[in-house]
Ligand binder design. Structure first.
Ligand code: SF4
Length: 111
């Protein structure tokens, strides 16, 4: 019986290069609407009840970060408008989500 080697395993190139997402995000430009956040956490105290806090793990732009007190810190400026946080917060429904006003938000460089 042949022994499997590393060559036999499926390739996971995107995981082997964790900086790839940052490089791709850096190609985009943003016109940030300083007068209106298009996404907000409705009640920061509700985040204390949420054990998984999947917004932190799932946001591709790292807009969510854990706070020292167990709450979640959010900044909308780097948002890529994917909608992931709106979906993963389905248990507590604690994210108010809209698109930025016309002319604001992310401007993708390659579609
Ligand atoms: Fe992050 Fe996407 Fe939510 Fe924007 S819409 S904050 S990029 S998960």
């Amino acid at each position: 019986m042949a022994i499997a080697t590393e060559r036999d395993l499926p390739r996971r190139a995107s995981i082997l290069d964790p900086a790839a997402i940052e490089r791709k995000l850096s190609l985009n430009t943003y016109n940030v609407d300083a007068s209106r956040a298009h996404i907000r956490i409705i009640d920061h105290d509700v985040c204390l009840q949420c054990q998984r806090q999947q917004c932190i793990n799932c946001c591709p732009a790292n807009c969510y970060a854990p706070a020292d007190d167990g709450r979640v810190i959010f900044s909308y400026e780097g948002c890529v408008e994917c909608g992931t946080c709106r979906i993963v917060c389905h248990v507590f429904d604690n994210i108010e989500w809209t698109y930025p006003r016309g002319g604001f938000g992310i401007q993708y460089q390659f579609g």
